[in-house]
Design a binder for this molecule. Structure first.
Ligand SMILES: Cc1cc2nc3c(=O)[nH]c(=O)nc-3n(C[C@H](O)[C@H](O)[C@H](O)COP(=O)(O)O)c2cc1C
Length: 220
C-alpha cells in the first residue's frame, strides 16, 4: 500500500507514521520555569544533530487549544534544559511525567523521582537516571501543522555538560548499554528496550571515516 499523508487517508485502523521511524530515543527533559517550578516531560521527537560540538533537538507539538508545551517555554525563558536518559527501570516515572498538568505542578513530585542540581543549568536533573546532558537553548523553529496539534516547535540546543554515572562505564571504556537498558518509542502505545547490541564497521573505511562513525572529533 501507499498513501500521500497530507491529502489521502491511509485506510488503516491506526495511523502507521509513528511506527515507521522506530525506535525513537526518548528525550526525557527537565527544565525550570521563570518562577522556579521544576518541569519534567518525555519527548520522543528527539535527536542528536551533530557531535562536535554536541547538539540536540526536540520537537514539541502544541496543544489543540494552541498552548505551547511548558518545556519549550522554560527553555526559551531560562536558556537551558537537561536531558535524562529514560531506562526500563524508570519507565513508569517517564510515563507519569507525560501528564498534561498545570505549569505550577512540580512534575518531579508527580513522577516520584529525585532532583539533583545541574552544574551549569538552573534546572534539576533526575537523580535516578544514569546519564544527563545539560543543554543550552539556541533557537526555536516553528512549523505550522495540518491541524493545530500538528503545529510544532522544534527546539535546538548545544550540550554544555555530560554526566555519566561511573558504574555504567565498563572496563573497556564504553557505556554499558545492556546494563542501562534504555527505552525508546515505537508507534501506537508501544515501546522497546535496548538489550541487544551488535558491532559493525564500514568495510575498508579509513581512519577519518571510522572516527566520524565513532563520533570522535577530527584532530586539528
Ligand atoms: C514517551 C512519550 C513521548 C512523547 N513525545 C512527545 C513529543 O515528541 N512531542 C510532544 O509534543 N509531546 C510528546 N509527548 C507528550 C508530552 O510528554 C506531554 O504533552 C507533556 O505533558 C508535555 O509536558 P510539558 O508541557 O511539561 O513540556 C510524549 C509522551 C510520551 C509518553
Amino acid at each position: 500500500m501507499h498513501f500521500a499523508p497530507n491529502s489521502e487517508s491511509h485506510g488503516l485502523k491506526f495511523n502507521p507514521f509513528k511506527s515507521c521511524t522506530v525506535p525513537r530515543p526518548i528525550g526525557w527533559l527537565s527544565s525550570v520555569s521563570r518562577t522556579g517550578v521544576a518541569n519534567l516531560a518525555p519527548y520522543s521527537q528527539w535527536q542528536n544533530l551533530t557531535f562536535d560540538p554536541p547538539m540536540v533537538m526536540f520537537a514539541a507539538n502544541q496543544y489543540p487549544d494552541g498552548r505551547r508545551k511548558d518545556t519549550v517555554i522554560n527553555a526559551e525563558e531560562t536558556g537551558w534544559f537537561a536531558w535524562n536518559m529514560a531506562t526500563y527501570a524508570l519507565r513508569e516515572a517517564v510515563n507519569a511525567s507525560a501528564r498534561a498538568v498545570a505549569a505550577e505542578i512540580d512534575e518531579f513530585d508527580l513522577a516520584g523521582v529525585t532532583k539533583i542540581s545541574c552544574i551549569d543549568a538552573p534546572c534539576p536533573r533526575v537523580a535516578e537516571s544514569p546519564i544527563h546532558f545539560e543543554c543550552r537553548y539556541l533557537s526555536t523553529q516553528r512549523f505550522a501543522g495540518n491541524s493545530p496539534e500538528g503545529t510544532v516547535d522544534v527546539v535546538f540546543a548545544r550540550v554544555e555538560r555530560i554526566h555519566i554515572r561511573d558504574e555504567v562505564i565498563g572496563a573497556d571504556g564504553k557505556i554499558d548499554i545492556k546494563r542501562i537498558r534504555p527505552i525508546a518509542r515505537l508507534g501506537y502505545y508501544d515501546y522497546t528496550v535496548v538489550d541487544e547490541v551488535f558491532e559493525m564497521r564500514i568495510p575498508a573505511a579509513n581512519e577519518l571515516e571510522l572516527a566520524g562513525l565513532e563520533g570522535m572529533p577530527r584532530k586539528v
